[in-house]
Write a protein that binds this ligand. Structure first.
Ligand SMILES: [Zn+2]
Ligand SMILES: [Zn+2]
Length: 122
């Protein structure tokens, strides 16, 4: 996952996609690199799409053959309901620091504790 600050026009990317996640259609607050930044350091706008935190986390730094492959992978994972079920639990495991946390409390998302959610650069 993100290890350093990444420089790209985040707001204009989100605006271009109308703040909608390209993978699931939820409201997007993060920018996803279609090809992971750490792989080829590609900050070109053609490599950047709007994504919600959950889809961004599911994709992680995995490398896919194409955007379509990546989108299919994310949708398959989400369709399994694994992420949605976890969201309904009172305590979830943070997918970054692996500690227990309460989803949706104090800035936490469904997948990240509040501490990690505040630290992650997308
Ligand atoms: Zn999404
Ligand atoms: Zn955490």
């Amino acid at each position: 996952m993100a290890k350093r600050k990444r420089y790209y026009p985040r707001d204009s990317i989100l605006e271009k996609y109308n703040y909608t996640c390209v993978y699931c259609g939820a409201s997007a607050s993060t920018v996803d690199h279609i090809e992971p930044y750490d792989w080829n350091h590609n900050n070109d706008s053609s490599n950047l799409v709007a994504a919600c935190v959950e889809c961004n986390v599911i994709a992680g730094d995995k490398i896919f053959g194409s955007f379509q492959e990546k989108a299919d992978y994310i949708r398959t994972i989400r369709a399994r309901g694994k992420w949605r079920r976890r969201a309904s639990l009172k305590i979830a495991i943070c997918c970054r620091c692996k500690k227990n946390f309460k989803p949706g409390v104090k800035g936490a998302t469904n997948l990240l504790c509040s501490k990690c959610a505040a630290q992650v650069y997308w």
